[in-house]
Design a protein around this ligand. Structure first.
Ligand SMILES: Nc1nc2c(c(=O)[nH]1)N[C@H]1C(S)=C(S)[C@@H](COP(=O)(O)OP(=O)(O)OC[C@H]3O[C@@H](n4cnc5c(=O)[nH]c(N)nc54)[C@H](O)[C@@H]3O)O[C@H]1N2
Ligand SMILES: Nc1nc2c(c(=O)[nH]1)N[C@H]1C(S)=C(S)[C@@H](COP(=O)(O)OP(=O)(O)OC[C@H]3O[C@@H](n4cnc5c(=O)[nH]c(N)nc54)[C@H](O)[C@@H]3O)O[C@H]1N2
Ligand code: SF4
Ligand SMILES: [Mo]
Length: 723
């Protein structure tokens, strides 16, 4: 085609932020490729990048606001929609107070520049304490630990994968996820390069994963017990050396005391990992010329998630690998809201949730408490809800209970371009323009990347006439909603009035490289700002720029973990987690014989709950099966592909089971983000995708006690043949 034109683009579907070359003609996408000249992604893309074209063309994607009526969805004008939403939210606030309007921010907020600059600001203007997000089903433990140890919740050390000699990983599957809190496009290539230069990767995961198959030394670990293992590794190193912490680290004496019970033998009883393996891995890690320890979803969203993340930091700290090349380091991003203290360093317990008394962290309550806050009558009950780029009905514990709760709201508005399992309950849906139609600068993932780069990517396609960007939607809502309800929201009030590119420009100008938007616009492949460099203790935000290795909350939690996880050596049975609070669902049934531990799973061509409407991504073998160890299937008389009923104290579902020796005995695995076949969902392709929502089984009462993060891995379930 003669009028075809190729422009730089950016994939915003996952944290890898791969750079693209997008060819379009007449407003249609002809081709999407990786940009080989990008200093970070060097041409890498995965199959999801092409699905950006499907998203662009998808007839189910909403292009104008819709209102739910008795006879279905009706298109309404933006003016009518904005007026209606602002009036309804204001009405609830007037009658019931600001806390009666809750807000939920989903994961793609972090992937849209305009949602990132404007959605949290709008949420602040709502003045509600009922603020929720996907963080509490994701990375909250990392934030809690970074706040306690380093003084800011966003000071997250990134593994220097390209220079490390020893990569120790717990509960992450970067070969599939492409890395998380570690923006490193092409993780497969990077891991193979590590092995080729004589380095080593050691992986602990209850499933022998795609990452394990890249050549890592893989060990099974019993789900939900990693805290014992990781703290046991720290104990070996503190005991035997060589421990070589930096001079700005405090508290290792207290750490050593509290880790006393975590002997290799007792670790084995809890985790199933042999004592010899524990001591060997600890010694190897300590002796390696440069080593990096890292853990993600599998160890964040489990019962001792915060302790796991603490232990991981301790391993890097005690071996001197924090802040050294090949270890873990902090980025030096071109827009650095941490350095300029424009983002909240974090706080905990300033208020508590109304029903269960759970503490806030950084201004947010655990999303596991959302349904009960809607369903429990009384002063402060949630009656209105704003959801932004999220699908909590599929992505948060006891999704079906939340689904029911949403139906009882007085008013709900969703900023989203699909009528999905969650937004089908909205009274009004406000759809933003599509990802390829907007300018992009990654405010979040440059903070977490294995190399410092900066790139501003103008929209590939023009925004259709009348369409609104995420930020324009929030700006309009803020304008009509009226005065901020709490006075401290002045910064948010200012922010929603600015354009995202102005915010980026200001950030670049005040950033460490004194860049500007104008300069970045002249660099089609962005600015390469180089490898990560040591920056401690200068970058710490603790009072005297010290690493606080032994915060009292974590010492106490380690005591609890020792009591709950560690058994005398020889007793191989660890009790599955039991819910401690009873607020939402029925009281838990006692642990039945034959309990299995449920873990999650991601696939390369899935993207949380929301890209199943792309035919290109959903074709091929179904991926929704319950994976089981062959022995566990035989013990229950289950056949390959047969339907099984999976039950937990929170709920049940039916799904096909499939045998694989890659799964640790006693463990079963289901991916999240399935279960689209609900009334009213307008996803014509996704609705045909089989599979049930794993979050019918996860239990909102099961939380990591320190952070309030939901336990999504290591959930006790029973499995039997479906009758
Ligand atoms: N293709 C694809 N990529 C994605 C996403 C996607 O949906 N699809 N989602 C993106 C998002 S939002 C995120 S947060 C990241 C997540 O990125 P990752 O954390 O790398 O991805 P997961 O697949 O969740 O990996 C978790 C691993 O933990 C293991 N695990 C489960 N329970 C335990 C346990 O108790 N102990 C240990 N040691 N391991 C355990 C699981 O078997 C799994 O291999 O991925 C991002 N990238
Ligand atoms: N059991 C279990 N549950 C899990 C997980 C797990 O591993 N196991 N993983 C958890 C994790 S890590 C995460 S991050 C969450 C994700 O959970 P959520 O953030 O709640 O859900 P998503 O599936 O990311 O839904 C994204 C929604 O955003 C919309 N959207 C996409 N792009 C945009 C945009 O640019 N603007 C706007 N306004 N909307 C947009 C999509 O249409 C879709 O409706 O799920 C969590 N839930
Ligand atoms: S790894 Fe795939 S989904 Fe993630 S940014 Fe790159 S192309 Fe997009
Ligand atoms: Mo996530």
């Amino acid at each position: 085609m003669t009028d075809a034109i190729t422009r730089p683009g950016r994939c915003t579907l996952c944290e890898a932020m791969c750079a693209l070359r997008v060819t379009t003609s007449g407003g249609r996408v002809l081709d999407i490729r990786g940009d080989e000249d990008d200093p970070l992604s060097a041409g890498h893309i995965c199959p999801k990048a092409l699905a950006l074209a499907d998203l662009q063309e998808d007839p189910d994607r909403l292009r104008s606001p819709v209102r739910r009526t008795a006879d279905g969805w009706r298109d309404i004008s933006w003016e009518e929609a904005f007026d209606l939403v602002a009036a309804e939210l204001a009405r609830i606030r007037r009658r019931h107070g600001a806390d009666a309007v809750a807000v939920y921010l989903g994961n793609p907020v972090t992937h849209s520049l305009g949602a990132m600059t404007h959605a949290p600001a709008f949420a602040s203007l709502l003045g509600t304490r009922n603020r929720f997000s996907a963080s509490s089903v994701d990375q909250l433990p990392h934030q809690v630990v970074s706040r306690l140890l380093y003084g800011n919740q966003w000071l997250l050390p990134v593994p220097d994968v390209d220079r490390t000699a020893y990569f120790l990983v717990f509960g992450a599957n970067p070969a599939v996820s492409n890395g998380s809190l570690m923006t490193a496009p092409g993780m497969g290539r990077r891991i193979r390069a590590l092995l080729a230069r004589g380095g080593k990767m050691v992986l602990f995961d209850p499933r022998r994963t795609e990452t394990a198959r890249l050549g890592a030394e893989h060990h099974f670990v019993r789900p939900g017990t990693d805290a014992a293992l990781i703290l046991g590794l720290v104990r070996v190193i503190l005991e035997e050396g060589p421990a070589r912490p930096a001079p700005y680290v405090d508290g290792l004496g207290e750490v050593r005391d509290v880790l006393e019970p975590f002997t290799p033998e007792r670790v084995e009883a809890a985790t199933g990992v042999e004592p010899g393996t524990v001591t060997r891995v600890a010694r190897e890690f300590a002796a390696a010329p440069a080593a990096a320890c890292y853990g993600r979803m599998g160890v964040s969203t489990q019962r001792f998630g915060t302790l796991c993340q603490w232990g991981i930091q301790l391993l890097n700290i005690v071996t001197g690998n924090l802040d050294r090349p090949g270890g873990t380091m902090f980025t030096r991003p071109a827009v650095d809201p941490i350095r300029t203290r424009q983002i909240d360093p974090g706080h905990q317990g300033r208020w508590r949730s109304r029903v269960r008394g759970l503490p806030e962290f950084g201004g947010e309550l655990p999303v596991a408490a959302l349904a009960e806050e809607i369903r429990t009558p009384g002063a402060g009950q949630v009656r209105g809800l704003v959801t932004v780029a999220g699908n909590p009905v599929l992505s948060t514990p006891a999704g079906p209970a939340l689904d029911e709760a949403l139906a009882g709201l007085d008013f709900m508005v969703s900023v989203d371009f699909y009528v999905n399992e969650t937004t089908r309950h909205a009274d009004v849906i406000l759809p933003p323009a599509a990802p390829l139609e907007r300018d992009h600068y990654d405010l979040v993932f440059h903070l977490l990347a294995v190399r410092d780069t900066a790139r501003y990517v103008p929209a590939v396609l023009p925004k259709p006439p009348g369409a609104r960007h995420d930020w324009e939607i929030f700006r309009e809502l803020a304008r009509r909603y009226g005065r901020p309800a709490r006075s401290r929201a002045w910064r948010a009030a200012l922010m929603v009035r600015m354009r995202p590119e102005r915010i980026v420009d200001l950030g670049l100008r005040t950033g460490p490289y004194r860049l500007s938007l104008a300069r970045l616009r002249r660099l089609p492949h962005g600015a390469d700002l180089g490898e990560l460099r040591p920056s401690l203790p200068g970058r710490l935000q603790t009072p005297r720029r010290r690493v606080r290795a032994a915060p009292s909350a974590l010492l106490a939690a380690a005591g609890d973990a020792a009591a709950q996880l560690l058994r005398p050596a020889g007793d191989a049975v660890t009790e599955p987690p039991r819910p401690t609070e009873d607020a939402v669902t029925e009281p838990p049934r006692p642990a039945e014989a034959g309990t299995l531990l449920l873990i999650g799973r991601r696939h390369l061509r899935n993207n949380n709950s929301w890209m199943h409407n792309s035919s290109r991504l959903v074709k091929g073998r179904p991926r929704h099966h319950l994976l089981m160890n062959p022995g566990d299937m035989a013990a229950r008389g289950l056949g390959e592909g047969g339907l099984v009923t999976v039950r937990s104290p929170a709920g049940e579902l039916t799904v096909e089971a499939s045998a694989t020796p890659d799964l640790m005995p006693g463990t079963v695995s289901l991916p999240h983000g399935y279960g689209h076949d609900l009334p009213g969902v307008r996803l014509s392709v996704a609705r045909r995708v089989r599979g049930s929502s794993v979050n019918a089984l996860t239990d909102p009462r099961l939380l990591d006690q320190v952070s309030g993060t939901a336990v999504l891995n290591g959930v006790p379930v029973t499995v039997e043949r479906c009758r």
